[in-house]
Design a protein around this ligand. Structure first.
Ligand code: LLP
Length: 427
């Protein structure tokens, strides 16, 4: 369950009124609920029951040190995609030996850094990367643990920019080519230890079917690699979708959106019940790499309405957050619910909520029915805890927003708002 709700007409995160945070720290500001993050992590663990598993949080979804520390303290592993993310995990007290390193373009410096910290596995995406990893490990006189990412050619039925498991995507290696590659690698690459197999078919999946299809398709391959190459783990990736629509009313953060005909609202428990039986007899450690599921509904972006403009065609509510602060609507047609910090009981109006950036794509919603909040009032853009702050930029020379972590009735600033001096430092 997420921890955002109205109490006495005021939107709260856990026991903290968001209006107070907006007044004290200004806007735009990200606010996260520590207990929601914990709840999601623990519920996924429980849903996997006695399956031999490890949850490696996908750091790319939210890499704030204080968020990582919550998960590190719970014993989580981490799925990283850069040297920078490994640096953050270490700073947050995470264990590098529980880290998997994904991504198609790891650099020499990143490989060396990760080898020095003895990460659990490099999840390799091409033969040339595997050969290069072997070379660098040889130079250092170490053995590099590796898993190859298989592309199972399964349609994840999600937005095309976050679908990764089809042959036309740049990710992974064709299913049919994997066995040969492991055979060759074991003969020719002495500095590689083939430790596992990895896959990830896409993000924000709203149906359990593609997950099951992928697991069923890849399972014989995983078993063959265990038999032949003695691999010890199989990562089934991340991608568990969350509710973006009506997320406040339902409070059901670990339910998936029922947006297409294929999907039905599903709890994380149902996800577990669907995949665990398929994985139980594999005899490999199962890794999961969820990002959005853990943090997506644990965060909101607070923003203040500056102006209202009623044109002949539309009403625009202009707020102080822009696409540089939260790019998901512009980039993926992402939907984020709008909730005024002071509850509105009256009629709804149809409006666009737009930011101050000089681009037509700078909107949070278009032609949506919403409470008629006015200039001076602040609102929360919900479900912004994943791929929110991490994708923010200084476009238009706008400082990065502050980040606040709420825990019960307490809160602390876990990242200060950038200053204008911060922005030009280094120029
Ligand atoms: N593992 C791998 C190899 C991935 O590429 C990703 C996400 C994950 C795990 C975590 O996926 P999740 O559980 O969060 O769905 N910025 C986009 C999402 C990009 C996802 C990229 N890869 C968005 O805002 O929707």
């Amino acid at each position: 369950m997420h921890a955002f709700s109205y109490k006495n007409g005021q939107l709260h995160c856990e026991d903290v009124a968001l209006q107070g945070l907006a007044d004290t720290y200004g806007t735009p500001t990200y606010v996260y609920s520590a207990n929601t993050i914990l709840d999601h992590f623990r519920r996924l663990h429980l849903a996997l029951g006695d399956l031999d598993h490890e949850i490696a949080f996908a750091v790319k979804a939210n890499s704030n040190l204080s968020v990582l520390r919550i998960l590190a303290d719970e014993g989580a592993g981490f799925d990283i995609v850069s040297g920078g993310e490994l640096f953050r995990v270490i700073k947050a007290g995470g264990n590098p030996q529980q880290c998997t390193f994904a991504g198609v373009g790891k650099t020499r410096e990143e490989i060396i850094y990760a080898l020095q910290h003895q990460i659990y596995s490099f999840n390799v995406e091409s033969e040339s990367e595997l050969r290069y990893l072997n070379e660098v490990a040889g130079e250092l006189g170490v053995i590099a643990p590796a898993a190859v990412r298989v592309n199972p050619n399964i349609d994840a039925k999600t937005h095309k920019y976050i679908s990764t498991g089809k042959s036309e995507n740049k990710f992974g290696i064709d299913f049919e080519a994997i066995i040969d590659l492991y055979d060759r690698a074991s003969r020719e690459l002495p500095n590689i230890r083939l430790r596992g197999l990895q896959m990830h078919i896409g993000s924000q999946l709203t149906s359990v079917k593609p997950f099951m299809e992928a697991v069923e398709k890849v399972k014989p391959l995983a078993l063959a690699l265990k038999e032949k190459h003695n691999i010890e783990f199989w990562s089934i990736g991340g991608g568990i979708g969350i509710v973006y629509h009506d997320s406040l009313a339902s409070g059901a953060v670990s339910w998936w959106d029922g947006q297409d005909a294929e999907s039905k609202p599903l709890t994380i428990e149902e996800y577990g019940a669907a995949v665990v039986p398929l994985l139980q007899d594999v005899g490999l450690k199962i890794l999961l790499e969820p990002g959005r599921y853990i943090v997506g509904n644990a965060g909101v972006l607070l923003t203040k309405c500056l102006y209202e403009k009623k044109g002949s065609a539309k009403t625009f509510k202009i707020v102080d957050a822009g696409m540089n602060d939260l790019i998901r609507p512009a980039l993926y047609e992402g939907h984020h619910e709008i909730a005024p910090l002071q509850e509105h009981k009256g009629d709804l109006v149809k409006a666009d909520v737009v930011g101050p950036i000089c681009e037509s794509g700078d909107f949070f919603c278009q032609d949506r029915e919403m409470p008629d909040f006015q200039p001076g009032e602040s609102i929360a853009l919900l479900s912004a805890g994943a791929y929110g702050f991490v994708m923010a930029s200084n476009y238009n020379s706008r400082p990065l927003p502050a980040e606040i972590l709420v825990d019960g009735a307490t809160h602390r600033v876990v990242r200060k708002r950038q200053t204008l001096e911060d922005i030009i430092a280094g120029e």
